[in-house]
Ligand binder design. Sequence first.
Ligand code: IPD
Ligand code: CA
Ligand code: CA
Length: 273
Amino acid sequence: MSSFLESAMEIAREAGATLMRFYERNVGFEYKGPHDLVTAADRASEALIVERLQAHFPAHSIMGEEGGNYAGSSEYKWYVDPLDGTTNFAHGFPVFNVTLAVERSGQLLAGVIFDPTRQEMFAAERGAGAWLNNRRLKVSGVGRLEESLFATGFPNWRRHQDVNVHFFHQVAMVTHGVRRAGSAAIDLAYVACGRFEGFWEFGLNPWDVAAGILLIEEAGGKVTTMRGQDFSLDAPHICASNAVVHQQILDLFGEVFEGRYRVPLLQITRFAN
Ligand code: IPD
Ligand code: CA
Ligand code: CA
């Protein structure tokens, strides 16, 4: 295991313990945007992660969600989400995580997603594989959309411009179902370990997805945009899967983008009485 992965795991565990201390005390929240929450736990976790990363790798750049940005002198860069699932956290809904990943000149090298409520450490290193605690990860082998479980999420900002409900409906109609648990990194980790066959979302940020992408690729899955293009961290949407159902979900998304519905939405007025 590289020193990057070892350090990332150690730092994520420590940050996870910090989150749990706040969680047990029921911390309050503030608004960063009209519907976008932030807590003292987000800030404390990010401060800790940035401090540890700078101690281990002083030349590396850092991009943290809560403003912990640092321009280093090397080509290495860390993406940090100190608390992914803040809305869940603030409501006492136990689905959240700490996630960090490092890239070199645009290529992701190592990443972790740590769920402190279940003590699940998802870790991946380019070319070496992906693990959940000590178990090697492999995506699910399910080959039919009709037998798949999917996950998605809805952005906290500009949510009046979000079109995802159209995709949600169509995917829900043709699969075993769609889960919306409120933590994109956990969704991606669950694709990597086979709990979900796939995940999609609009408008995520690099720190939400960096570690999850590497986990899925190292576990044998596939990550593109919802239009099937190569994924980059600034892409407007993401589609991740076990690879086997990838083309099937892209075909469905293609229809929805064109306004064609396999199962039309019912007229609500028919249910008024
Ligand atoms: C959010 C979560 C959520 C997703 C949002 C993200 P945050 O991250 O990952 O599942 O739907 O788009 O912003 O704000 O809790 O770190
Ligand atoms: Ca996030
Ligand atoms: Ca966050």
